[in-house]
Design a protein around this ligand. Structure first.
Ligand SMILES: [Zn+2]
Length: 383
């Protein structure tokens, strides 16, 4: 069995939390990922990994450390995002303090705990003289909390056979997550003085019809056969704006909706659903006018329980934890979908804790050490 340097892993986690890596798109004066990427790169160079930096946009830095194995084999990417959400409302966001076996601070749970565990895993492999075949790529990526610039850039540069994303899962193995699609619907009316019902066409009233139909669709979505790990798909009417003044008929009304998707659904199927709904309005009222715009689509993710990377991670974790981890699904979207779409057999496993995006965030230190051990053993089994 490999042995984890728990001192190194704990220090790495505390240092990572103490480095401000708030995503600058989410908080305009935030520093981005340069400093944290340099920290990870320097630590990985010290243990003998080859390190490369990638900067898809100025200040948005990802780092990839490569640890070659002792013979040819498969390549495995360990992937963690190095950015965090904002720290507004937090008492001591960069404390990195250990209390009762927990490390506190922004990102400790989501997901510097996972990143520190990946660093501990790579160090364990290096300390053992690289017993793995192929190569391990440790990737600390930029911008997952906004638009995934980092992983989108890396999947064009690297072609790993498999990937483990260390987003928090309380040491369970996550085989699926939801996707989402953002749509904007604009209904058209005709502006007129509020007294001139004979001239005005009310775009807001027209949007009301759309909303009523969307509510029916939403109920229908949640009555569909649920995904075994993720439940049913859903949608919500997220933002709504229409009209220009009290005494004016609204010339246009704009609605943004978010549709959460499950494996088996795609950009095409969910866009068609909305398009059909709008077409039905035109059939009922030929003067009805609306535009549909697809703003952003992130596909859902799913991997088979018998995929090689899942089997390796399950066997490794069962040995390390003394129990077989549960197979779970998670609702939020993750970079795993991008890695899977690029051809890497992907799975998600991370640490135990609480407070992602909340005012108090912590990760359980023991779970970070265990995760490091699971990842290192899985690397040897898989590669
Ligand atoms: Zn995350």
């Amino acid at each position: 069995m490999l042995s984890i340097d728990t001192g190194f892993t704990t220090r790495a986690l505390q240092d990572l939390v103490r480095i401000n890596s708030v995503n600058p798109v989410l908080a305009p004066s935030a520093p981005g990922e340069r400093e944290i990427a340099q920290y990870v790169g320097a630590a990985m160079e010290t243990i003998g990994a080859e390190v490369r930096y990638h900067e898809p946009k100025p200040g948005r830095v990802s780092v990839v450390a490569r640890l070659r194995g002792s013979r040819p084999g498969r390549s495995l990417m360990l992937n963690a995002h190095a950015d965090t959400v904002d720290v507004a409302g937090m008492d001591a966001p960069f404390s990195g303090e250990v209390r009762d076996g927990r490390v506190y601070g922004r990102g400790a749970f989501d997901m510097k705990g996972g990143l520190a565990a990946m660093m501990g895993a790579v160090k364990a492999l290096a300390d053992a003289g690289c017993p793995h075949a192929g190569e391990i790529l440790l990737a600390a990526v930029a911008d997952e909390e906004h638009a995934s610039l980092g992983t989108e850039d890396l999947v064009r540069r690297y072609r790993p056979d498999a990937a483990i994303v260390a987003e928090p899962t309380t040491l369970d193995i996550c085989l699926a997550h939801k996707g989402f699609a953002w749509f904007e619907i604009t209904t058209r009316g005709r502006a007129a003085h509020g007294s001139r019902f004979d001239l005005g066409i009310d775009a807001n009233m027209r949007m009301g019809r759309v909303l009523a139909e969307l509510e029916t669709l939403e109920r229908e979505l949640r009555a569909r056969a649920p995904h075994p790990l993720l439940g049913p798909p859903s949608l919500h009417a997220a933002t709504l704006a229409g009209g220009s003044g009290l005494s004016t008929y609204a010339a246009s009304s704009r609605l943004q909706i978010e549709r959460r998707t499950i494996p088996g659904e795609s950009r095409e199927t969910v866009t068609d659903e909305i398009r059909r709904l709008l077409r039905r309005q035109v059939e009922r009222d030929p003067s009805f006018e609306a535009d549909l715009e697809v703003l952003l689509v992130r596909e859902p993710f799913e991997v088979a329980a018998d995929a090689a990377i899942v089997r390796a991670l399950t066997e490794a974790s069962t040995g390390v934890l003394g129990r077989r981890p549960a197979y779970v699904g998670q609702t939020p979207w993750m970079d795993a979908a991008l890695l899977a779409a690029a051809g890497a057999e992907s799975v998600v496993m991370g640490a135990t804790g609480a407070g992602a995006h909340a005012n108090e965030e912590w990760v359980e230190l023991a779970s970070v050490h265990q995760l490091a051990h699971c990842l290192a053993e899985a690397a040897v089994l898989y590669c």
